[in-house]
Design a protein around this ligand. Sequence first.
Ligand code: SF4
Length: 363
Amino acid sequence: MMTKHIYVHIPFCDSICFYCDFFRSVSNETIKKQWLSQITKEIQAKSFSKISTLYFGGGTPSCLSVEAFEQLATLFAPYLTQDYEWTIEVNPDSVTKEKLQIYKKWGVNRISMGVQTFHDVLLKKIGRKHTSSQVYQAIDLCHEVGIKNVSLDLIYALPGETLADLKADLDAFLNCKVDHISIYSLQIEANSVFGKQHLQPCDSDLEADMYECIEKTLTAAGYTHYEISSYAKNNRFSKHNCSYWDDSDFMGIGCGASGREKGIRYDIDANLQAYCQNGPKLHWVPTNAREQAFEAIMMALRTCFGLDIKAWNKKYQRNFLANYAPVLEKYTNELVYKENRVFCTPHGFEILNSILVDFLDEN
Ligand code: SF4
């Protein structure tokens, strides 16, 4: 199979953050060993030709031992293309200089770091185990070992967070001199600790003010708002994530991963015990051509590059402009149609969910 983009799920964390409902577990070494042996078999059973983007996500990939990381790295490294991107997600408290040196040695060239906030009090409130000074140290270490492409993840609208707190977080981010940030508002997921505590969401006016503050601060500092939740400088867009947004297939590997083959998505069963014993169990998510066409629009409108209308018409045998004229007319301030592409304005990003409901109605 011609594989260009691969996502590998590492389902372990050292502790559980209060807002998180991702598939992850705090596991002992025995389970980790069984998992490593099973995922090794899973990877060996695949045939790769060229890998242009490889993403180790989780969970917390940096909580894997150096030996475990190297065991996986040997299976992928020979297939990387010349201009590949290889990202690994890390937490500031589980990444060490030794680990970063090993990542670099094997060819990792992008680090995505879970920071969430630079306020130590807020970090505690959301169940993170690191401090802001560990974040600064971890970024310095990345630069020291020669990994220059670093992205930070931040969350806003945290419990009790004020606009002034957010501004301080953005200033702290700008001081870190990294080229990429993904920033999300806190979502209270039913299955998270916060969901179970029935935490009340942030006031919607405050959240809107925060969004505006982020947009103004980061664009004024020279970052491009290239995806609904991501900003980048120096063209350091996440190549791997762009593959999700531009309607490409990608291979998912490991318990709890998702992938897409010939336009059809699949999820790998997230039962760790069963995975260790029996290997991956794929659940295909059946979609018809119309649903796939809508999904392509939904993903493309997340980015400032938008949707290539000619390519979409050809791939899905439809006429985008004829089909969705009422939506384009309704959102003249939010959707731009230019040179064969349609994309969101910053305000369009803010209300993208409502826009997509209208696309769905016309689908
Ligand atoms: S947010 Fe990340 S580090 Fe925290 S529990 Fe979830 S997957 Fe683990």
